[in-house]
Design a protein around this ligand. Sequence first.
Ligand SMILES: NC(=O)c1ccc[n+]([C@@H]2O[C@H](COP(=O)([O-])OP(=O)(O)OC[C@H]3O[C@@H](n4cnc5c(N)ncnc54)[C@H](OP(=O)(O)O)[C@@H]3O)[C@@H](O)[C@H]2O)c1
Length: 339
Amino acid sequence: MRAIGISDYLPVTHPQCLLDVTLPDPTPRSQDLVIEVEAISVNPVDAKIRRSAPGKQEEPPRILGWDVCGIVRATGKEVSGFSPGQRVFYAGDITRPGGNSQLHLVDHRIAAIAPPGLTPAQAAALPLTMLTAWESLYERLRIDRAGADSGSSILIIGGAGGVGSAAIQLAKLAGLKVIATASRPESAAACIRFGADATIDHTSPLLPQLEATGHREIRFIANFASTSQYWDQMATIIAPLGRIVLAVEPERPLDFGGLLKEKSVTIGWEFMFTRARFGTEDIAHQGFILGEVSRLVASGRLQTTLNRTLSPICADTLIRAHQMIESGHTTGKIALSGW
Ligand SMILES: NC(=O)c1ccc[n+]([C@@H]2O[C@H](COP(=O)([O-])OP(=O)(O)OC[C@H]3O[C@@H](n4cnc5c(N)ncnc54)[C@H](OP(=O)(O)O)[C@@H]3O)[C@@H](O)[C@H]2O)c1
């Protein structure tokens, strides 16, 4: 099969940082689906891994990419609920090869039928970021999907990115008032398009801007950008008994005491790959979440966050997508479609 891989861990400016390669077809495990990949999307984790170990060599080349839409071609012996010919979408497992290949294997318990009516690229834009946003809001922050927290305020830091644009939509579904951060007119407009009630600029102090929008204290904060950069501001902004979810490894040790302790703030980590990586008992819950996302998209209550599609899927287009992601200022998602 054709694939795009890395042999070395190189900066995105290097012309061989991603390579077109040919590899043997993969052999499925008993719980696996064999997928013919139609579209993939790109996430910051791809770029972080691609440059993570300068000097280290990979032979055979390592395949990245954890957002896939494709067609089931075969199923392992213990698979139930899927059959050949179905179009599925999933993020997959960070401990296994990624989906930047014509054929890919995924444990069926973390996949779901793709939203009907979406193109493969529109569907591939969704899994990793929707799972992150869903687990962040409905599991870590324990926001009630049924509406018991309706009217409470949430601050979403990094509102226009892949995760933020999914989180804005999920917060609105639960009836929350959403303040999203964006530093540019284009990203602020994207936040409003996905349903945010207000935007503030993350390059200026947040509190005065929140006060200007009538929000002195915030019950929920979802930080989908630098943890260290916003640590002190989050402690000031969060309401007593409030909850904060974090998704980005901090660059420096953090002080968990002070105001955070005095306010009895609950702080939770989100790592989208936890269930797959540790094979948790509830691993199939990710398949359930994706099924719910598919249903909500089909009923028009969620929209794809796809912003841009590049074709075909090859090293050249993938390098372009990595360059855009590494700029840190894309809105929504970038997908690659067709071989
Ligand atoms: N733990 C997990 O499971 C998990 C899962 C997914 C993602 N992540 C991490 O979460 C982060 C966001 O992921 P993503 O997919 O949403 O990335 P993304 O799509 O690349 O995010 C781009 C957005 O980030 C905003 N941004 C850039 N710098 C910012 C800053 N200093 N403060 C606030 N916002 C900033 C930009 O807004 P402006 O252009 O308006 O500045 C841009 O719209 C990444 O670090 C990613 O690795 C973690």
